[in-house]
Design a protein. Sequence first.
Length: 207
Amino acid sequence: MQQQIEKIKVNKKIIKIKKDKDVYSPAEDTFLLLRNLKKLQGDILEIGTGSGIVSIYLAKENKKKKSYASDISKKAIENAKINAQLNLVKIKFILSDLFKKIPKKKFDFIIFNPPYLPTEKNEKINGPINYAFDGGKKGDRVIKIFLKKAKDFLKDEGAIFLVVSSLIDLNKLEYFIKKLGYTYKKIDQEDFFFEHIFLYKIMKNKK
């Protein structure tokens, strides 16, 4: 059966998305990100692009600069490319485990909606969709690896936008962020009865 194309309104723009069962679909954490990325201009990299909706929106807003988007899942990259074509935007898609295949350049903004669910071995989901949810036993495994590497790709005046769940030990994560030489602030959140989702803006410490 042919998959339907969904039209999603994002900050007054319509984005067409063809969903794939093996790829993370736009959800509450996606829209938390999107409502805080209006008028973002500069060299932008999205890690873990999924359906591509965030990078597609940014490419529409940021036409003078080249947009980069990566994912560890081949299925996600294939789906995101289709969605970029549907929306008539050009994005450089890269199949990559975090920064491993990203060009050695500095970005103004790095965006990541990571896998943040604490996940035991017996809770893993079969197939590539597991990449979108599995944050390791404490939920912060991928986030910590990301933060260690991100400094090498972030301009001195640049910023990281990172989605984080209250299911993670936030005190320990914030200590880790500061220990790496970053400053941070929570700029928005979504509240649910079972968790809170926060958007962090993270920057390098001024020397």
